[in-house]
Design a protein around this ligand. Structure first.
Ligand code: 13P
Length: 261
């Protein structure tokens, strides 16, 4: 069997509660026949949709995650959501350090590290997002930036927690309406840097950590990206927000991998 492929979407600040549930139910209906031994499907809706999502979708088909989390369990942190609160909802994963959190809301690597450790200590899968800016790429320091984000972001994480870490490589310049997708070659090169750094941190066990590519993934580039040896999955924004289109993207990507051999 080929390696398991990861497909997920971050819904950002889009979709009402009703639209989120409709989307999730359609996505499950469409993708039901694809064995979950072969793909891992996950969706990260808004906080306000999460509770309803956990009650209305079959998590055997889709994992649900939060877009952010505070590292403290409770306290004087107005506007924040704690791991204990997310645990009450019974969600599966927490995304940490998305590009928009880092660059619109000014989060730092040190904060991402606190969040990663809190997420893992509460038994969530921690999806740590990393990526260089356009300037950092231009200065030729992408490798250094990614290595720093990983080494700080994962500092103090125990080897026994490696099984609950996922990484998304999302170059800042590739994300959103003004983004340019990374070429498959460039993404593969960066994924190699990431995997090497993870092995440096955790040893060979780190090879279990899935590393997903995100940033303007679309039906035209998904197949080239997913066949790269160091790319384990695709983390999709806009191109995934209609269930039928995401289903088609997943199928085409998976077929391409299946037909490779
Ligand atoms: P787009 O696919 O819309 O560029 O967004 C990617 C992303 O931010 C996923 O987290």
């Amino acid at each position: 069997m080929n390696k398991k492929l990861y497909f997920g979407s971050n819904l950002k600040m889009y979709k009402s509660i009703k639209a989120t549930i409709d989307y999730l139910q359609r996505l499950i209906e469409n993708t039901k026949d694809i064995s979950r031994d072969e793909i891992e499907l996950f969706i990260i809706p808004s906080y306000t949709s999460l509770e309803s999502a956990t009650k209305n979708v079959d998590r055997n088909y889709v994992k649900l995650g939060a877009q952010n989390m505070c590292w403290e369990e409770e306290g004087q942190f107005t506007g924040e959501i704690s791991p204990v609160m997310l645990d009450e909802l019974g969600i599966n994963l927490v995304m940490i350090g998305h590009s928009e959190r880092r660059h619109v809301f000014g989060e730092t690597d040190v904060e991402e590290n606190l969040k990663v450790k809190a997420a893992l200590n509460h038994n969530f899968t921690a999806l740590l997002c990393i990526g260089e800016t356009e300037d950092e790429k231009r200065y030729g320091i992408s490798d250094e930036v990614l290595r720093t984000q990983l080494k700080v972001g994962l500092h103090g994480v125990a080897l026994s927690q490696v099984g609950n870490i996922w990484i998304a490589y999302e170059p800042v310049w590739s994300i959103g309406v003004n983004g340019t997708p990374a070429t498959a070659d460039y993404a593969e090169k960066m994924h190699k840097v990431i995997k090497e750094c993870l092995v440096e941190i955790f040893g060979e066990k780190a090879l279990e950590i899935p590393v997903l590519y995100g940033g303007s993934v679309n039906p035209n580039n998904a197949k080239d990206l997913i066949v790269q040896p160091s790319i384990d999955g695709l983390f999709v924004g806009r191109a995934a927000w209609q269930a039928e289109k995401f289903d088609q993207l997943i199928r085409e990507a998976k077929d391409t991998v299946d037909n490779q051999k």
